[in-house]
Design a protein around this ligand. Structure first.
Ligand code: FE2
Ligand code: FE2
Length: 166
């Protein structure tokens, strides 16, 4: 990393890299949870749900990309092995044992709520310590907020539709 780029970081760089790697692990697990969910999901409104899950998968992978770039800029090494994802992850992985649309939506809504909580904490930590990371996290957090909103809207539509049929 360039000297000036390093000088503007006013916090413990190893600590920062560790936080970024934890979030990086979360993103890979979130990516796979969405990706595999989009393949196995079943039930009413399946097509709309598949479209949303597929889009979110792509965006989580984009977040992993952004985080890895920043980790490398800071002189760190992004997590090298999938086994490490589970050890470092904040939000973990919810296995989609039940492929019913509502279950899949609930699992992913929980995941987004965890991501929002973690990124909000990271904003507080980086606000004065590292403006570049702060800006990056803000960008990712905005998308996680959209994700939670999109999934919640789908769940509401699903519930309305099921109520009408009763
Ligand atoms: Fe993400
Ligand atoms: Fe997300």
């Amino acid at each position: 990393m360039g000297q000036k780029g390093r000088e503007i970081v006013k916090m413990d760089v190893d600590e920062l890299i560790n936080l970024l790697n934890r979030a990086f692990s979360d993103e890979w697990l979130a990516y796979y949870q969405y990706w595999i969910g989009s393949k196995i999901v079943k039930g009413p409104m399946k097509d709309a749900v598949i479209a949303e899950l597929t889009l979110h998968a792509t965006e989580e992978l984009g977040h992993a990309q952004l985080l890895s770039t920043r980790i490398i800029q800071l002189g760190g090494v992004p997590v090298l092995s999938p086994e490490e994802w589970f050890k470092k992850s904040n939000c973990g992985y919810a296995t989609p044992d039940n492929p019913y649309v509502e279950e899949i939506l609930n699992q992913n809504i929980k995941g987004e709520q965890c991501a929002i909580r973690i990124y909000s904490e990271m904003l507080d930590i980086t606000r004065s310590g590292d403006p570049v990371t702060y800006n990056l996290i803000l960008q990712i957090l905005s998308q996680e907020v959209e994700h939670e909103e999109d999934l919640t809207a789908l769940k509401e539509d699903l519930e309305l539709m099921l109520e009408r049929k009763r």
